[in-house]
Design a protein around this ligand. Structure first.
Ligand SMILES: Cc1cc2nc3c(=O)[nH]c(=O)nc-3n(C[C@H](O)[C@H](O)[C@H](O)COP(=O)(O)OP(=O)(O)OC[C@H]3O[C@@H](n4cnc5c(N)ncnc54)[C@H](O)[C@@H]3O)c2cc1C
Length: 417
């Protein structure tokens, strides 16, 4: 190999998924030079449900107040705008939580969608395109293979198609997802089954009976508790179809979730007719979901973690893009302070853990409660809650408007003390 390269930097971010790209975008806005590496060239795929929640919208509004309108609403060939959720119960009944019920029955009149769905190959590349390359040394297609700490600096070894890349950094940000190489070097990548799920995705074309307002569909099969099946509508008659289940339950019952997923599509009375004339566009793909609630330490002397590397997926919804992006925003603010003080020790990041978790505490409690009740009570509880008309009223009229107001109008606060 030839063309070896050496970079010396204050900050090196490893991973340019939503969490790493967001950290980089905000460091760029703050004028803080840094290096960002990713093992892959973009666009690249990531196994995901492709659902973008209001946390994502909130961070995007901080990147550029016109982002949603210009890049998403005006790009219906890449983004599906959705006004809510359809919960499907084991008996086939469904409950629609539809934000557009406020305005009219037409999604076009909903000025502020509640979800978007976009293939990660598109969304992640779009985020990477917003990185300021005058401030960021971006090295895509470069996989970090080794990390060593000497005194108070880090030496990273990366490999790309033209040779080796050596990076000398004062601080490293682990944004390299669930299989984080940074986490392996600074702590221990131990799967905490109580706060972890296994999940699958398969792109389909031609699934029938999707909702005209593109509601994101979530189905709780009664025969398979602590799991959910989803159909998230994509542009052009395509859909992201997937299935996730709590890892503890998978292990306890020795469940093969690929088989369970396939069976649901082929035989479940609630689903099978909708897939009769549809076809899968790919083989089933699986990946892990590290959920918030584990005791993973997200920072130390000269390092911090963001996104999946920090185990930040919302445990009640399985959404980790938005919480990962928020952690990127928070990380950039802490790093700004560390740069101002020229101090990258752990003491500068004392409350980082609190700040990245504070919006997830309620969901963590809810998930712990759901896991503590017997499985039959969980299944019955879901059915009772979802079919209660007060739940629908509360969700549509109280909860959703609150979420929208926060996402579109409120600044993300970061407290250092
Ligand atoms: C099946 C499934 C469905 C899901 N559905 C949803 C959903 O609908 N909505 C939602 O919000 N969340 C969903 N999630 C969770 C979501 O995918 C993750 O939370 C999110 O991708 C986390 O972003 P991240 O930037 O932390 O990590 P990633 O998106 O995983 O990005 C990590 C990046 O690091 C790079 N990298 C890894 N190792 C190295 C290395 N050694 N050197 C250099 N670069 C490296 C990778 O190439 C990658 O680009 C789902 C997850 C799964 C598995």
């Amino acid at each position: 190999m030839n063309g070896d390269e050496k970079l010396i930097t204050k900050i090196c971010i490893i991973g340019a998924g939503p969490a790493g790209a967001t950290t980089s975008i905000f460091l760029g806005k703050l004028g803080i030079e840094h290096v960002l590496v990713d093992a892959q060239e973009f666009p690249r795929d990531k196994v995901c449900g492709d659902g973008l929640d209001l946390n994502v919208v909130r961070v995007l509004n901080h990147i550029d107040p016109d982002f949603i309108e210009n890049e998403m609403i005006r790009s219906p060939q890449n983004f599906t705008a959705s006004s809510g959720l359809r919960f499907i119960l084991g008996n086939g009944n469904h409950v629609d939580i539809d934000g557009s019920n406020h305005e009219s029955n037409n999604i076009k009149s909903v000025t502020k969608p509640i979800f978007f769905v976009a293939k990660r190959s598109h969304f992640d590349a779009l985020l990477v395109s917003k990185i300021n390359r005058n401030i960021t040394s971006l090295r895509l297609g470069t996989k970090i293979t080794n990390i060593v700490k000497t005194e108070n600096r880090w030496k990273l070894t990366g490999v790309n198609s033209s040779g080796n890349l050596e990076i000398d950094a004062a601080f490293i940000v682990g944004a390299d997802g669930d299989h984080s190489v940074v986490l392996k070097h600074v702590g221990e990548r131990k799967i905490d089954r109580k706060n972890y799920a296994g999940a699958l995705r398969q792109y389909w074309t031609g699934v029938t009976d999707t909702h005209k307002n593109n509601l994101l569909e979530i189905y709780f099969p009664e025969s398979l508790p602590l799991s959910y099946f989803w159909i998230f509508p994509l542009p052009d008659g395509k859909a992201n179809v997937g299935y996730g289940m709590a890892s503890e339950y998978i292990a306890k019952k020795n469940i093969n979730i690929k088989k369970a997923f396939d069976n649901l599509i082929k035989t479940d009375p609630v689903l099978k007719d909708r897939f009769k004339n549809a076809h899968a566009d790919e083989t089933i793909k699986g990946w892990g979901v590290p959920m918030s609630g584990s005791s993973r330490k997200p920072n130390g002397d000269g390092w911090l973690l963001v996104g999946d590397a920090a185990s930040l997926v919302c445990p009640s919804s399985g959404e980790g893009i938005g919480s990962g992006m928020i952690s990127g925003y928070v990380a950039a603010k802490f790093l700004e302070r560390a740069c101002e003080n020229n101090d990258f020790s752990e003491s500068m990041f004392l409350h980082y853990n609190r700040e990245i978790h504070k919006r997830l505490r309620m969901e963590e409690k809810l998930f712990r409660f759901a896991n503590a009740v017997p499985v039959w009570a969980f299944t019955k509880g879901i059915r009772l809650i979802l079919s209660n008309k007060h739940f629908k009223y509360w969700f549509e009229k109280k909860e959703m408007p609150k979420w929208i107001k926060t996402a579109y109008n409120e600044k993300i606060t970061v407290n250092f003390h």
